[in-house]
Write a protein that binds this ligand. Structure first.
Ligand code: SF4
Length: 265
């Protein structure tokens, strides 16, 4: 990987050339030049995730696999979606900027979901995501899915905030039949093998820099999380944050390649 910057006012153009999964990918996007918080880089992380997903889909198609995800299929939007703290605050802003009566409608869906999780005995567990042990993640995900709680942003089985959807949503594409997503088990879903996992990398970096240190937050609790956890993350130069993210992505890939398991999870 090579990185390079060109000064332009308070932003710099970050470029990177990565050799990944046998292909060279060139990335270029403005990032803040001075001290900044991770949240400011969210557009850059989305761009990265989208670029890697495109490459991953190309690879899957070259292997003869077909991506089953398409507009109008929102089966995965009833799953437990892990997002970073910076994304909880962005979603809160997105909802806050919505005109009425749409805003009230979305807020009511979040509240209804909260009540249903409480009735199901899942709410307190989900409010403390760091207490969820690795071996509990899959059972918790299946139990959550059994509640059939649609994401508050799902409308007519499509994402109503497509441009603002979280990184985990961008990276979730499957090559198994769509019916499997409607009744998922631990073994019935095969995802597109990602060449790099931006969502997980950003969650890790965010956890290290934030006061709470949440490794993930359930999307369904994004608004209450954002309300009770203001952004107090450390500030760093935008270019340093970008370098850190690339280093982490490359380290993760190298480790996965060593194990012979693609990009790792
Ligand atoms: S944000 Fe959009 S894509 Fe993600 S779970 Fe919700 S409706 Fe689905």
């Amino acid at each position: 990987m090579t990185t390079d910057t060109e000064k332009a006012a308070e932003w710099v153009n970050a470029t990177a050339e990565l050799k990944i999964a046998g292909k060279t990918i060139r990335l270029e996007m403005p990032v803040p030049a001075g001290p900044t918080r991770l949240a400011k880089l969210l557009p850059f992380f989305r761009y990265l995730a989208d670029s890697f997903v495109d490459l991953s889909v190309e690879n899957a198609q070259a292997e003869g696999l077909t991506v089953s995800c398409k507009q109008g299929c929102g089966a995965c939007c009833r799953q437990l979606v892990p997002i970073s703290e910076i994304e909880t605050r962005r979603l809160a802003e997105v909802v806050g900027d919505m005109p009425e009566p749409r805003k009230s409608k979305i807020l009511a869906r979040f509240e209804e979901a909260r009540m249903r999780l409480q009735e199901a005995g899942l709410l307190e567990k989900l409010r403390r995501p760091n207490s969820v042990r690795d071996e509990e993640v899959d059972p918790l995900g299946l139990e959550y899915f059994r509640q059939g709680i649609a994401c508050p942003f799902l409308e007519e089985e499509s994402c109503s905030i497509y441009a603002e959807r979280p990184l985990a949503c961008r990276e979730y594409l499957v090559v198994t039949p769509a019916e499997n997503c409607a009744k998922p088990t631990v073994d019935s879903i095969e995802s597109v093998k990602l060449v790099a996992r931006v969502a997980k990398t950003v969650r890790g970096l965010d956890a290290e820099r934030s006061r709470e240190g949440a490794r993930w937050v359930p999307l369904i609790l994004a608004l209450e999380w954002a309300e009770t956890h203001p952004d107090e993350t450390l500030q760093s130069l935008g270019t340093d944050l970008v370098r850190d993210v690339f280093d982490r992505l490359m380290r993760r890939n190298a480790a996965a390649a060593k194990e012979g398991g693609g990009s790792g999870s």
